[in-house]
Write a protein that binds this ligand. Structure first.
Ligand code: PBE
Length: 302
């Protein structure tokens, strides 16, 4: 027999061996690696706030993936999701959660994103700075500061870990960061003329990264004499407020996937000053002990 034929035989033998293994696994529901964990999870994704951009993206994933046919998303709050994740992990139970980074959940829990071969959650996200039309003329100093304002991912991640230690008192965490990083702050404010109590409103969404960064922006603008108010809202209200001029600016939109639909809806009615953070991400995540790697490894309910 030639070498070629031996090789072919080897392939056939290998194939039938893996078929045998797969066959055994399917008939044996006690085998942990092949048991239907999706059923154990009651075909449910543990989601976050109903108004989150990601809640819609999760619904899109349910609609688009055959493996998620018949699944449901349970929404409540980010805090409730984190509690459910912690409880499941304590008992080593399976769970699929709405996840995003930067967030301290990846430092606190040993979890992994599920691969998203259909690209529903997009690739890299950035957090954008949007300002209302006319801000540049009305408040050139604030505009300059907001335009310069940006984060490197590790800096923001470290701040979010610190926030966890400081009971999520973002005013305090932001003040501490500003105190320790006056050099960066001075780069943002250099050459900006001080004002005397000009009011400016920043609208923000209620998640950690956004709370931290908007509180830092508040302190920095206050150092130049602005009278800053912060208004926490849902993503849809955030876009509307900046588009109508009810609010002056926001540092919270996640693009292009998470808030892309809202961005398009209001496009042309705000000015985009570009990313204030790059390298963000959203997706579905599971504890690392779960033996699946992709959304396609889940099983439909029907
Ligand atoms: N999230 C993830 C926000 C932005 C991305 C929960 C922090 C949202 O879903 O709207």
């Amino acid at each position: 027999m030639s070498y070629f034929n031996w090789k072919k035989l080897g392939v056939i033998a290998g194939l039938s061996l893996s078929l045998t293994i797969a066959g055994c696994g399917q008939g044996n529901s006690n085998d942990e690696s092949t048991a239907n964990v999706s059923e154990e999870m009651e075909y449910t994704i543990t989601g976050i706030e109903p108004g989150a951009g990601q809640t819609e993206t999760n619904e899109k994933a349910i609609a688009e993936y055959d493996s998620l046919a018949g699944w449901e998303q349970k929404t409540s709050s980010s805090a409730a999701m984190l509690t459910a994740l912690g409880e499941a992990m304590e008992k080593e139970e399976p769970i699929v959660v709405a996840a995003w980074s930067p967030h301290y959940m990846f430092a606190k829990f040993d979890i992994k994103y599920l691969e998203d071969p259909q690209g529903v959650f997009g690739e890299e996200e950035h957090i954008a700075t949007l300002v209302r039309e006319g801000l540049k003329d009305d408040m050139p100093g604030a505009y300059t500061i907001l335009d310069r304002f940006h984060w490197e991912l590790p800096v923001l991640e470290e701040a979010l870990l610190k926030a966890q230690e400081m009971d999520f008192d973002f005013e305090k965490v932001a003040q501490q960061w500003v105190d320790e990083n006056q050099e960066t702050v001075e780069e943002w404010t250099e050459g900006v003329d001080p004002v005397d109590g000009t009011p400016i409103d920043l609208v923000l969404t209620p998640w950690d990264a956004e709370s931290f960064s908007t509180n830092v922006a508040k302190i920095v603008l206050e150092q130049k004499g602005f009278n800053v108010s912060l208004t926490p809202v849902d993503p849809s209200v955030m876009f509307e407020a900046v588009a109508t001029g009810d609010s002056d600016a926001t540092l919270s939109p996640w693009m292009p996937a998470t808030h892309g639909a809202l961005y398009e809806e209001y496009e042309g009615q705000f000015e985009d000053l570009g990313p204030n953070l790059e390298g963000a991400k959203i997706g579905l995540a599971v504890p690392s002990y779960m033996d699946i790697d992709s959304i396609e490894d889940l099983e439909p309910a029907e």
